[in-house]
Design a binder for this molecule. Structure first.
Ligand code: IVH
Length: 699
């Protein structure tokens, strides 16, 4: 490359990387896949190395991260927060170890080996054993004060145990455990809140909340892995001589340190660790993107020193990217149980994080519009854990164009009619999701509804898998869930015979004759067993929009039986712990639909039954142990709704006033009960006082 074109390329790379840094660190909106970012940075590093005249102290290779966004107070790090050099191949690991062996003269140096957590780097400062300040990395020299948010993290020690140094700065990673991420998203979906894109974004977004109370509701955790400034009081100290001993010491002081940290020697030892962690990577409770090797002895670390970006005694060995590039072959839609229309792309199969994928979700029409994905586009796809792969972005520069330079394909539009039933697809104002309006007329929705109904955590009909349900619906044996309970052994055998004639939608393993009969008998038996169920399972099985298992359970506990749930209005439903107004509206809407009432009636007629019990309401709460009587009419809500709200706060609502009554709520035209309360000297609340109390204890 001529020095002229090298200069141009260096300039271009610096701009690309600066931009990527800004998006990643300041805006928390990463755009470039990590693998691509690493490639650019390495290209820039090698170009700068080959052209020393073009080096610049303002190059992205000369600093770590980017400036803080200025929303939090700046914090000057006592010692800079460094970055790590990356390796993607065994030979780079070999070079790293070789360099260290040569320069230290140690033929078999020890390394501390650790998982490379994929979260957010933080620095924690303790003085005289007390947590005084916590900061993000920022540009490495100056970060942002997020102390209030960090304090909300349960695993972060606020006071150290034992003999703590006068000043101790510890570096670590804030992350969101995968299970906590899934739980949070399930809750968010149930309550109409925005879901988090992935655990790393979840951790970053949560930590940078200006309101620490929001952070406190996010399930974050922290692991520490390095030291910043350390100052001992006269007698105490000094530091242990190795990094691994320091980690053990930090554990004793009360810091969480990953249980996967270990000590290894030689290239083989490091690679064995890389393989061992790689094998359990998906099963680890947190996301990692590699492992880190750190020369263990501090004297050897000092001998190796630093280059601009990173210590020469440490190396991050990365696993294959969870993001890759491929091409869109077609864009299609899927109709779900609630009619939700989900667009997805069929793409040229590609390996992502070790798995071949050929479909990726586009989530919804907004996402399609935002990404502007078109047929033929080059796209970045991402897989995170077991989550369905998703399209991250389009590489617009690679969009296929015609001779005049215009895009070959127009922007994609969601179809206006359902591909499964021909009903209109509509999107309500303010809704993200477009839906097929066909309801149970739509075979796609009917199949999904049946599949959900039969699933293990719902009615648990063993053996009634997706393919049989498809055949049952397509051949017209089943229209509603109750139809399942009318199916006989003969029906299944006949269905199987017809299905065999028409297609191969029934598994070939199910042969004709006796075997078919036994198979049908088993299925009918499984369906029969599912008649005996629980209220919680039934509520979940009905497939009410946004009613997952946890909401079904909350409903079942709160009401004890089905009838009051069916009768409850939105006000009453919102008084159930963890049910917000959106979910309450969906539940009320479901039970207001005549065809749903018919379906429930049919299920009961078909012998579906469950034990009904007494409501189990909060035995704690601000009104625990208090007995309340409501009398007269309330203006702002029904008496039932008021009772439910009071009960949700722990009160027992009673029909008659006695000396034991804690207080009486008297509405419009209250009569004898109010008089009785006054006679007994029982406290009386008016509606305004009740409303103020409820508002003060809203969940
Ligand atoms: S040590 C002097 N150890 O990776 C070295 N970093 O690419 C300072 N990271 O900013 C970092 N796990 O956010 C270290 N076990 C680990 C790590 C780790 C994750 C992150 C950290 C750092 C980045 C560097």
């Amino acid at each position: 490359m001529t020095s002229r074109s090298a200069a141009a390329r260096i300039d271009e790379l610096r701009r690309l990387i600066d931009d990527a840094n800004h998006r990643y660190y300041v805006l928390d909106e990463p755009q470039l896949p990590d693998a691509e970012y690493d490639r650019l940075l390495r290209e820039l590093e090698s170009l700068e190395q080959a052209n020393p005249a073009l080096r610049d102290s303002n190059s992205p290779t000369a600093r770590v991260g980017s400036a803080p966004s200025g929303r939090f107070a700046p914090v000057q790090h006592a010692t800079p927060m460094l970055s790590l050099a990356n390796a993607f191949s065994e030979s780079e690991v070999r070079d790293f170890v070789g360099r260290i062996e040569r320069e230290t003269g140690d033929a078999s140096p020890a390394f501390s080996v650790e998982p490379k957590l994929d979260g957010l780097a933080i620095s924690l400062r303790y003085e005289a054993g007390a947590f005084v300040q916590g900061a993000t990395r920022g540009d490495g020299a100056t970060g942002e004060d997020v102390s209030a948010n960090l304090r909300t993290i349960r695993t972060l020690p606020l006071r150290l145990r034992g003999q703590a140094p006068e000043v101790l700065e510890v570096r670590g990673e804030v992350y969101m455990p995968k299970a906590a991420f899934e739980r949070y998203n399930a809750w968010a979906r149930d309550n109409g809140q925005r879901t988090l894109a992935n655990p790393r974004n979840g951790a970053a977004g949560s930590l940078r909340q200006l309101d620490a109370r929001i952070t406190a509701q996010r399930p974050l955790a922290v692991y520490v892995y390095a030291l910043g400034e350390v100052r001992f009081a006269k007698a105490a100290g000094p530091l242990p001589p190795t990094h691994s001993q320091t980690l053990a010491w930090l554990r004793e002081l009360g810091f969480p340190v990953s249980p996967e940290v270990d000590v290894a020697r030689g290239v083989d030892g490091l690679l064995a660790y890389f393989a061992r962690i790689g094998a359990v990577r998906n099963a680890l409770p947190y996301d990692i993107d590699g492992v880190v090797y750190k020369l263990d002895r501090y004297d050897q670390q000092r001998a190796m020193g630093f280059v601009s970006r990173a210590p020469r005694w440490a190396l991050a060995h990365k696993y294959p990217a969870q993001e890759e590039m491929t091409t869109v072959e077609s864009i299609e839609v899927n109709v779900g149980r609630t009619g939700a229309v989900t667009p997805w792309v069929r793409m040229t199969p590609v390996q992502v994080g070790g798995v071949v994928v050929s479909r990726a979700t586009l989530h919804n029409a907004d996402q399609v519009a935002r990404l502007d994905v078109r047929v033929g586009d080059s796209i970045i796809v991402r897989r995170a854990g077991d989550v369905i792969p998703e399209v991250v972005r389009v590489i617009e520069e690679r969009r296929p164009v015609d001779k005049r330079g215009r895009p070959l394909h127009a922007a994609y539009q969601l179809p206006g009619i359902c591909p499964d039933c021909g009903s209109a697809i509509e999107r309500e104002d303010g809704e993200v999701v477009a839906r097929c309006t066909g309801g149970l007329v739509c075979p796609a929705q009917r199949k999904q509804a049946l599949f959900h109904f039969a699933s293990r955590r719902a009615m648990d009909i063993d053996g009634l898998g997706e393919r049989f349900i498809d055949a049952l619906v397509e051949l017209g044996y089943v229209r509603s869930v109750a139809d399942l309970y009318r199916l006989t052994v003969d029906d299944f055998v006949a269905m199987k015979r017809r299905a065999d004639e028409l297609s191969d939608s029934v598994p070939q393993t199910v042969k004709g004759g006796k075997v078919a009969t036994r198979w049908a008998e088993n299925l009918v038996g499984a369906i029969d067993r599912s008649r005996k169920t629980t209220l919680e399972r039934l509520l979940f099985a009905l497939g009410i929009r946004d009613v997952g298992e946890s909401t079904a359970k909350a409903l079942a506990r709160h009401f004890g039986s089905l009838a009051p749930i069916m009768a409850a209005d939105e006000d009453i439903l919102t008084s159930v712990p963890d049910i917000g107004p959106i979910v309450a509206a969906h539940i009320a809407h479901f039970f207001a639909e005549p065809h749903n009432l018919v379906a429930i009636g049919e299920l009961v007629d078909a012998g579906v039954h469950w034990p009904e019990g007494a409501p189990q309401r909060a035995s704690d709460g601000p009104l625990a142990g208090q007995t309340v009587v409501l009398t007269g009419g309330l203006e702002s809500m029904s008496r039932e709704a008021a009772s439910a709200r009071l009960e949700a706060l722990g009160a027992k609502v009673s029909g008659s006033v006695s000396k034991k009554t804690s207080f009486v709520v008297a509405g419009e035209a209250a009569g004898t009960k109010l008089a009785k309360a006054q006679e007994l000297g029982v406290e009386v609340w008016d509606e305004a006082r009740l409303l103020a109390f409820l508002a003060g204890h809203a969940h």
